[in-house]
Design a protein around this ligand. Sequence first.
Ligand code: XMP
Length: 323
Amino acid sequence: DWTTGNVIEEQVAAIREQVGDRRAICGLSGGVDSAVAAALVQKAIGSQLTCVYVDHGLMRKGETEQVEKDFVAATGVQLKVVDAEERFLTALKGVSDPEEKRKIIGREFIRVFEQAQAEIIADEGPAVEFLVQGTLYPDVVESGGGTGTANIKSHHNVGGLPEDLEFQLIEPLRQLFKDEVRMVGQELGLPEEIVQRQPFPGPGLGIRIVGEVTKERLDLLRDADAIAREELTAAGLDRDIWQCPVVLLADVRSVGVQGDGRTYGHPIVLRPVSSEDAMTADWSRLPYDVLAKISTRITNEVRDVNRVVLDVTSKPPGTIEWE
Ligand code: XMP
């Protein structure tokens, strides 16, 4: 008999059995999978779990606070937040190429996470033996079903640790589909914003700025993105849309007029898509009045933006993200 209550009960028992009195670490991304996995493990082993959240400065407005405050309040989890914004911005300085950006963000992320992990192990002693992952059933099927261990190389950091630390994985969502994960998250009392969050890429807003990533541009994009999300939610469209990337064309300027003056600002692209699995997608036929509201608000409220354009490309040939 499948109920979220049964799933939670079974997983909690299984995790307790697996971990015993040892310790576990879980990386939080702000997304639903890692949040629900962490909440389940927290329910099972409480303070034997430590979560790590790397703030790379590329999140949308309010998302880091959601993890730091709301998620912690809802679960009571022990959380280590690493503020790595400067480090990421420095590493991304002068870089416009999308693949280059992705590589840099991925590389820095692993370094920062491993360092945090090493610090936790240094604090907690050698009893940290488990790594929590939000692997879902479709991921299991795709990768051929293997379970296992993660080999974490700790070459960048902290003296006195073994070269290779071997973690056993805790994967409490391995039997679940995405909608079931959301139901479990809801049952566990996680904040609605986290449970219902649409897909968001790991490299964050770093791949939604066409051009160099800077703090100013990120702040501008965060404002535009927040307006779009607010209006889509207000119009009740969240469940109809798979996701809606908001993209800043930082290397493009166009002429506009505002008040008495000519402007020369940047375009913002709205990329609302409908999809089943992100492999293919169609552009969402959003109501004109919602698009009009978003456009008016963004051009009025966001400095340096004087134009809003709608992406009407399906996938293929366009990807969902612009980079
Ligand atoms: P594309 O742009 O390839 O995106 O059509 C397909 C889906 O994947 C998400 N995406 C990512 N997710 N790390 C992630 O965790 C990434 O580097 C990444 N790149 C794209 C994208 O948002 C869409 O849902």
